[in-house]
Design a protein around this ligand. Sequence first.
Ligand SMILES: Nc1ncnc2c1ncn2[C@@H]1O[C@H](COP(=O)(O)OP(=O)(O)OP(=O)(O)O)[C@@H](O)[C@H]1O
Length: 251
Amino acid sequence: MTALRLDNVTHTFGERSALDRLTLTVRPGQVTALIGLNGAGKTTALRALSGRLHPTDGEATILGHDPADLPFDVAARFGHVVDTPLVYPDLTVTENLRCAARLHGRSRRAAIPAASAAVDRMGLEAWRHARARTLSMGNRQRLGIACATFHRPSAVILDEPTSALDPQGVVLVRELVRGLADDGAAVLVSSHHLDEVARIADEIVVLHAGRDVGRLEPGGTDLEQRFFAMVLDADTRAAADAHTTTPGGRA
Ligand SMILES: Nc1ncnc2c1ncn2[C@@H]1O[C@H](COP(=O)(O)OP(=O)(O)OP(=O)(O)O)[C@@H](O)[C@H]1O
């Protein structure tokens, strides 16, 4: 069963193509990483898959449903952080986590220890009474990820989950992501950090200029070199295609 799926998804912003016929599937228990240069289309793909953007063409599904119209019981099995962490700025760290617990069906009494455990799990002990709006970017990112994954969802989308994190936060998120997948979740993450994704991903999809240009073997060596070779090859092929389709460009 495919838990997360993009099927031939294309998206354009005016004249600008952001995604070009992208097809991607993530199965339960699998971590897939989307990597690519700035502007490659990673966030657009994750926004299309999380229902935050309606693609120009193609189809996205979460656990078999349209992301923009998830039935309640399916939405309850989905967690995501795309664009900005979804936290209430005027609530404290603990209050945000209790809120997440309550939204996912915990009783008022059960939410208290559950939130406290999440604070410890994400290394937020020193900030448990701080309002979310006063947190550093990295701590807000930790809190957003904790809230989005509080309910151990079956399908998870995280856009650059370690972008603002210190080395301790990177390790915490790595363990969280692997733990979710080991419990059977399908996880899709985007990142620029090849070494980091190599540690957590089962599959690495290289996106370039909105297109899937290949896969990198997470266990392989010279990941960076292979990434750049793939990108260069895609550019060379695109330039050759443009040459043959331009009037007067044919040999
Ligand atoms: N709201 C928007 N309006 C117009 N163009 C956009 C918009 N959002 C993204 N784009 C364009 O779509 C393309 C893909 O952007 P996207 O944000 O998906 O890339 P990305 O791979 O996530 O980049 P980064 O690594 O820098 O976050 C880029 O050319 C970008 O300029």
